[in-house]
Design a protein around this ligand. Structure first.
Ligand code: SF4
Length: 754
């Protein structure tokens, strides 16, 4: 489990020289984000200044983390790369495939039975290729990374969009698709467009009911789900120093909800305290030696408007607690104003569940603050009106919280303690209190609240808040409850008020754990056998994709997606998680959540070969069987949400040659490129309206595919009329090479062989 101190010392040994060189080349003081980026260039010491939002740059990340749902496809791909060991420290975490139902012990037992094939596969591949393996029940990837592997000034990538959580410990940590992780595991550079920089200046300090979660709920309200796209959000100012390290983690975690590349904070005393509390004195000692290189230059923070592309200022003294939702995490409402809004919009006021924990809010501070509210309910004889569920983020935090009597407080409120795993946060929730798809409200301290995300029910209205606010709302059982002003009637008929939450930043007795759930890989794993049954429905060895080529003629429109189309709409989670290692089987969920612009229905598109309306995967398979390529058309921020490359691999597998949208979410666009297909944007957004249901599509100049050169596409409509439009793309030459080879992986294999 040990962090790699030699690797960290190596990073720190070159940091000062690289940052000083970068400062000279850039010609001005540097933000923390720039320091970390310039210190991690693939080519070593910086030799040129990069243009933010424009230049593609090769980086050398220090670490990789993968979760079980995405690791399957990532490792299946890595196995194709012809390597004997991963090139950088890598860990695999089993957290997504554990369903929450009865409680930790029975749920874990069931997961170990139902997903043993996948867990065994991940364990054996990890053992073979030198990857640290965290067993089911060990915890959620980002909490485990924060507790064990994150370090100030480091750069990591992870096959999960909330990898950004490690920004709480001063990293640049970025969620990527499995294909990107495979590049780095295989010893290659990792490419990223040099991000823009958004500075968030925090002043004052949190007080009363306001928590770190409210900072990011507020920022999400300001920037919206698209506002961080292509940017690193860097927090600074006196308010930042007043936050705990884990609070910073929460803020960075939900940076994914504004589409930010990542978020980060400069190294400070809170990080040092957390490193020492989590048994990493050596890292703290090393970080202290180069402290000024692990935060932005003073001048940058003194005059942020000069150095950031955008600056936001938030005063923590006056920040109010928020609840964001439903259905989107940027719909921010201060607590106290939600009742009126809910009544106006007909959102159910009654709250059925309060869920606490997840990778976003599982810290000791979070649990103690929420427990201080729960304890008052018990002490003041208030019966909780909603059900309570707790998902601890790791076995270490669970063990420590149990030892210190924190879990007992929740249990006294009849809370169900679920496994240290994602559970309800990723649709892995077998909820027994609903009979069907009835309209209902839940509150949780997780990060995402897209439709169907928690329980698969499109009518569940999920609101995101801090753990202590979730506890208060769940106790009251009402969305319009404002614990700062409202009272409750207890079992004796008395009017009582909840006092402000009180938390403890770090456990006074230290963290403890008996079995953290870590399995160290063999030094030499060459003898380890990895087997995949050809009849398995969960796992399937990959076959390389054939290049699509430069002649796309007669392609059919598969679907014109209307409105929001997240990776959840493209490749749903929940019950489909079980097929994440089997490309053909999981492709049966391709785009089934996307709304067809022509009839506003989901999974109901016209099959141009028969004239019938069928499911999207069925129609795609029929086109593929006839050797006809298809195209997906989409709206703004297509592919927002997670990093899962299945959302790109499935269309590729089912014969989609191109995805043409108004705009992309960054990770998804890269994933499409990695899989050797075309990810394009309308040069003229209104051309979206020209696309008709029966369109046949011809690419007119794909043989001239080149960087910065738009492509010309002809849409032939049913009546024979035509529209010729321009489509932009962001492919550089290396990415065009991926397209020409059929996929990035095909190119890696070719390079390894030569
Ligand atoms: Fe798991 Fe939810 Fe965190 Fe994703 S966001 S890692 S699903 S707990």
């Amino acid at each position: 489990m040990a962090f790699d101190i030699d690797m960290i010392k190596k990073v720190y040994s070159t940091m000062a020289e690289r940052v000083d060189t970068a400062r000279k080349i850039v010609g001005k003081p540097l933000t923390l984000s720039e320091k970390i980026l310039y210190a991690h260039l693939w080519d070593g010491t910086p030799t040129k200044a990069f243009v933010r939002g424009k230049d593609y740059v090769d980086f050398a990340p220090d670490r990789i983390a993968c979760q079980d749902a995405t690791a399957q496809m990532a490792l299946l791909q890595f196995m194709q790369a012809g390597k004997s060991k991963v090139a950088v420290p890598t860990t695999v975490h089993c957290d997504h495939l554990i369903q929450a139902k009865q409680g930790a012990a029975p749920d874990l037992l069931r997961a170990n039975q139902t997903s043993s094939e996948v867990f065994d596969f991940l364990a054996s591949v990890s053992n073979k290729y030198g990857i640290g393996f965290w067993k089911p029940g060990a915890g959620i990837i980002h909490q485990v990374v924060l507790e064990n592997y994150a370090f100030p000034g480091g750069m990591m990538i992870g096959t999960d969009s909330h990898t950004v959580n490690a920004g709480g410990l001063g990293m640049v940590a970025i969620g990527v698709g499995g294909a990107d992780a495979v590049d780095v595991m295989a010893g290659m550079a990792w490419e990223l467009k040099f991000p823009k920089l958004i500075g968030v200046k925090l002043t004052g300090s949190l007080n009363g009911w306001t928590s770190a979660k409210d900072v990011i709920l507020k920022v999400a309200g300001i920037l919206t789900v698209k506002g961080g796209t292509g940017a690193i959000v860097e927090y600074f100012g006196p308010g930042a120093k007043n936050l705990s390290c884990t609070g910073k983690g929460t803020i960075c975690n939900m940076g994914a909800e504004i589409g930010a590349t990542t978020s980060t904070f400069g190294y400070d005393d809170s990080m040092e305290r957390y490193l020492r509390a989590t048994d990493r004195n050596e890292i703290a000692d090393e970080a202290n030696k180069i402290r000024e290189y692990l935060t932005g230059d003073d001048e940058v923070y003194a005059n942020p408007e000069t150095y950031f592309d955008q600056v936001i200022e938030i005063d923590l003294d006056t920040l109010r607690p928020h609840l964001n939702g439903p259905f989107t995490p940027d719909l921010a409402t201060p607590v106290g104003e939600l009742g009126e809004k809910a009544r106006k919009n007909d959102w159910p006021i009654k709250v059925d569940w309060g869920l606490i924990g997840s990778c976003t809010n599982s810290s000791y501070e979070d649990l103690t603050r929420a427990a201080s509210i729960a304890k008052q309910a018990v002490d003041k004889k208030i019966k909780a009106k909603s059900d309570f569920g707790i998902n601890p983020g790791s076995e270490q935090i669970r063990y420590t919280a149990e030892r210190d009597g924190i879990l007992k407080i929740f249990e006294d409120l009849d809370a169900t303690i679920f496994t240290n795993a994602c559970g309800p946060c990723i649709g892995q929730w077998d909820r027994s209190d609903l009979k069907g798809d009835e309209k209902n409200t839940i509150v949780h301290s997780f990060n995402r609240n897209f439709s169907k995300r928690a329980d698969g029910n499109p009518n569940t209205h999920a609101f995101v808040g801090s753990p202590e606010m979730v506890a208060a709302i769940a106790i009251a059982g009402r969305l319009d409850f404002d614990p700062m002003n409202d009272t409750l009637i207890n079992e004796d008929g008395q009017e009582v008020k909840l006092d402000e939450p009180k938390g403890i930043e770090l456990p006074p007795l230290g963290f403890d754990v008996e079995d953290a759930g870590y399995v160290e890989p063999l030094k030499d794993g060459s003898g380890v056998e990895v087997t995949v049954s050809p009849t398995s429905e969960r796992l399937q060895l990959l076959t390389p994709f054939e290049p699509i080529g430069n002649e796309i003629k007669g392609a059919k429109l598969l679907i014109k997606a209307f409105g929001k189309c997240t990776t959840d709409h493209i490749s749903m989670a929940g019950p489909w998680l079980r097929f994440r290692g089997h490309l053909d089987n999981i492709s049966n969920n391709m785009l089934i959540g996307a709304v067809n612009a022509f009839n506003k229905k989901t999974n109901f598109v016209k099959n141009q070969l028969t004239g019938d309306y069928e499911g999207v995967p069925d129609v795609a398979r029929q086109y593929k069987a006839k050797g006809i390529y298809s195209m997906v058309v989409g709206d703004h921020n297509y592919g927002e949400g997670s990093s899962r490359e299945h959302a790109a691999m499935e269309p590729r597998h089912l014969g989609v040659a191109a995805v043409l949208v108004k705009s992309f979410a960054r990770i998804h666009e890269t994933n499409l490129k990695k899989q050797g297909m075309l990810g394009l944007t309308f040069a003229n957004e209104s051309d979206y309206d020209l696309i008709q249901e029966d369109d046949t599509i011809n690419f007119l100049d794909l043989n001239e595919f080149a960087p910065d050169k738009p492509l010309t596409i002809e849409f032939v409509h049913k009546d024979g009329s035509k529209d010729v439009i321009k489509a932009n793309h962001t492919y550089n030459q290396a990415q065009i090479d991926w397209y020409n080879e059929g996929s990035a992986l095909n190119l890696i294999k070719k390079q390894n062989a030569s």
